[in-house]
Ligand binder design. Sequence first.
Ligand SMILES: CC(C)(COP(=O)(O)OP(=O)(O)OC[C@H]1O[C@@H](n2cnc3c(N)ncnc32)[C@H](O)[C@@H]1OP(=O)(O)O)[C@@H](O)C(=O)NCCC(=O)NCCS
Length: 190
Amino acid sequence: MAAKDKLVFTTERLKLRPLAPSDAKGLHTAYGDPDAMRFWDCAPSRDLAETKARIPRNTPHFAMWAVLSRDTRRFLGMVNYHHRHAGHRRLAIGYILAREHWRKGLMSEALVPFLDHCFGALASHRVEALIEPGNVASRALAEKLGFSSEGLLRDHLCVEGRYRSVIMYSLLANEWRARQPKASRTQPSC
Ligand SMILES: CC(C)(COP(=O)(O)OP(=O)(O)OC[C@H]1O[C@@H](n2cnc3c(N)ncnc32)[C@H](O)[C@@H]1OP(=O)(O)O)[C@@H](O)C(=O)NCCC(=O)NCCS
């Protein structure tokens, strides 16, 4: 399998592949929407050019994937990892869907292969998600996937001149593997 194919994940309804600059229009359906961006760590994009500028080159510490409909290839949303410290075997994830695709179980579905990738190929031991207390949807999603709340980080973000607190959620590799079917479990050491 070519290296780039290992970064493509499919589920029953979805295809995830590395985000490309040509996805800017799709991404703008989420990044340009103040409701979708209400709990994001930056203000909504003012225009498509700004969304485009928010698609940087992937690095070992940061990478984005497009979440597409498997059948139609329509752009639905995005997942990313950021603040990856390979040495500490830790990273944080982010996720967003355009509003019309909320509450259909899509992000629960997208995050399964994505977390498999984080704990598998990327050899992470700890995956974090920083979620504002008022972000009921994101908290429900993280808890459904097995993340544990570790407490409030006060005034952790400053967005448009306002401080925002976030709850630190984490999921450890052994916790994730314990939720998977027995045959697919492996236990790499530190
Ligand atoms: C967070 C987000 C990605 C969730 O995606 P989604 O596909 O709608 O989530 P799912 O449908 O997979 O739902 C996952 C769980 O959360 C629950 N949930 C989702 N939205 C909810 C809401 N508004 N209120 C309460 N529970 C909610 C679902 O019921 C489901 O739990 P269940 O299966 O036990 O019923 C989506 O709301 C979004 O894009 N929000 C804006 C961006 C954002 O805030 N990202 C996170 C930043 S930390």
